[in-house]
Design a binder for this molecule. Sequence first.
Ligand code: ADP
Ligand code: MG
Ligand code: ZN
Length: 591
Amino acid sequence: MKTETPVQSAYSTFVEQVNQAQVQRVMIGRDRIDYTLKPEFGPKAGHRRYTTQPLGSTDEIVNQLKSQGVQVTIAPEPLPPAGIVGLIISSGMLVGALALAAKFSRAGGVGTASMGKSKVRSYGKSKTGVTFADVAGIDEAKQELQEVVDFLANGDKYRQLGAKIPKGVLLVGPPGTGKTLLAKAIAGEAGVPFLSMAGSEFVEMFVGVGASRVRDLFNKAKRQAPCIVFIDELDAVGKTRGGNPTGGNDEREQTLNQLLTEMDGFSGNDGVIVIAATNRPETLDPALRRPGRFDRQVLVDRPDKSGRLEILQVHGRGVTLGEDVDLADIAAQTAGFAGADLANLVNEAALMAARNNRQAVLMTDFGEAIERVIAGLEKRSRVLTATERQTVAYHEVGHALVGALMPGGNRVTKISIVPRGLGALGYTLQMPENDRFLMLEDELRGQLATLLGGRAAEEIVFGKVSTGASDDIQKATDLAEKAVTEYGMSASLGPVAFAKANAQFLDGSSDRRTTSPEVATEIDRQVKLLLSNARSMAIEILRLNRGLLESATQTLLETEVLDGEQLKAILAQAQAPAELQTWLAGNYSVV
Ligand code: ADP
Ligand code: MG
Ligand code: ZN
C-alpha cells in the first residue's frame, strides 16, 4: 500500500462526505478517524487519505457507513501518528478484524475463551501534559475540580486531619464540552498518572471480560496511586439494571456490579480518584450515585459568550491570526457551540486560509468556517436559528417578568439563553429565599402564572406559540391538578382529596379516588379554570410591561445570560396590574 500523508479534515466535513456517500473506507480509532474517499471524489492533489477527530460518539456514523456498505474497521488502540498510518494500516486492520470476529462469535454463542485472554490493553498510563490552562470557558466546573487536584497532590494533608477524600466524581454535560479534557487536566495539574477507559470498551467484548477488565483497571490504579481512573461514557456500563424487560444485558450488569464492588473496596484516602463522564445522567443506575461512589456531580455545560471567547483564545494560540480577526465577534456568532465545536472552527478557518494561500487566517475565513460548522451542527440540531433564539429570549424574559411580581419570595435569579445540552433551550432560575415547606394559595396561583409567562410572551410578541413551552404547560397542569384534587383549593369542590395519597405508582403518577362522572367533569373544569386564569393574568402583566419585555429581551439576546444586579434592576421596573392582588386571593376571574 502506498504511503501518503493524510490530510487533516474537519469532522463536519467528514460527516458531510459520509452523507454524500463519498467515503470508501474508514478506520475508527479512539481519538482519530482515518478514511479514504472513493477515487471519483478524491480532489486535485491526488490525495485520497484523510484524518479527522471525532466529536462525541461515532455509533451513528458507523451505522450509516455500514448501511452504505462501506468497510469500517474499529481500532481498539489509539492509532499511530497520522504520518505513518500507511505503514501500520494492515496490522490495524487485523486487530479490527479480530474484534469483529469476536463480536460475531458472541452473538452466535460460540465460546472463544482464548481470544478473551489476548485482550487488547486499551487503557494506558501516562502523564497527560494537559493543564487547567488548556481548559477555558467552564470556570465553575474548574473551580469545583480544583479541590480534587488538591486531594491528589496533597493527600497527606487531608489524611493527617482524618478528612475523608471523595472517591468518585461524575462529569455531566453535552458532548464536546471538555469533560475528557478536564479529567486529563486534573491529572496534569496534580502530576499523577491517568488511567482511562471508555464504558463501551468494557462491554463490547465477551461475557465476563468486562468485569475482569474493571478488576484489572482498579488493580493497576491501586499500584500506581495517587492516580486518576477515568471512565468515559459511563452510561454504556452504568444504565439502570433490569431496565430491559426482555432479559437485560447480563454482561453489562456484571460489569456494572464489578464497578460498584471495586468502588466500595477502596477509600479515597488510598489516593485513587475515579472520574467518570456522561452526557446521559438520567439513564444511570441510582446505585452509582450512592455515597462513597459517584457522589459528586459536576456540570460541564456549553460556554456562554465570554466563555466562548476564552476557548477561542486558547485554540487561537496555535494559528496565525490576521489583524482583522475579532475573536469576541466570533464568540458572539457562535451561540450553542461547545468547546470542541470551537476548536473545530479554528481549525476549519486555518484550513480555509491555507486553501486560499494566505499567510494568516482572516475574518472571512472564520466567516466561512462558521457556516460550515453550523451546517454540521444543525444536523444534530444544536444551533438555534436567529428566530429561534429570539423566541427563546422572549419566552424566558416572560417567565422572569411575571415571576418578579408574584408573592412567596421566589426570586428570579438568572435567565439564560445559552442552549443547555440536557433538554431545554433556555432557562429561568427561581430561587426560594428560604427553605419552604408550604405553598400558600396565592403563591400557587403566582407559580402557575409564572410557568405560563413564557408562553404568554410568545403569544403577545409573535401571535402564536412554539412547542418550546410544552414542559411549562405540563408542570403548570400538574400543579393545577394537585391544587384541585389534593390541596382542596377549589371552592366548588371543597376540601376533598380526590387523589389517593398512597396510590403512588412506579411512574410517579397518582391515582384518583373513584368519583362520579359529574365530579370528574367538575375537576377538569376547575383545573382548566385555574390555568386559563393564570394565562390571562400572565398576558395582562406582559402587555402592561411590553416596553420592558422588549428592552430586557434585547439585553438578553446581547449577553445571553442575565443575573445579579443587572437582572435585579430590570425586574424592579416591572409593574403590577391593578387586579393582581384580588386575582391572587382567588376573588377575581380574568376569563
Ligand atoms: P467531551 O469529553 O466533553 O466530549 P472533549 O474533552 O473530548 O469533550 O473535547 C474535545 C476537544 O475539544 C478537546 O480536546 C479540546 O480541544 C476541545 N475543547 C472542548 N472543550 C474545551 C474547553 N472548555 N476549552 C478548551 N478546549 C476545549
Ligand atoms: Mg469525551
Ligand atoms: Zn418556559
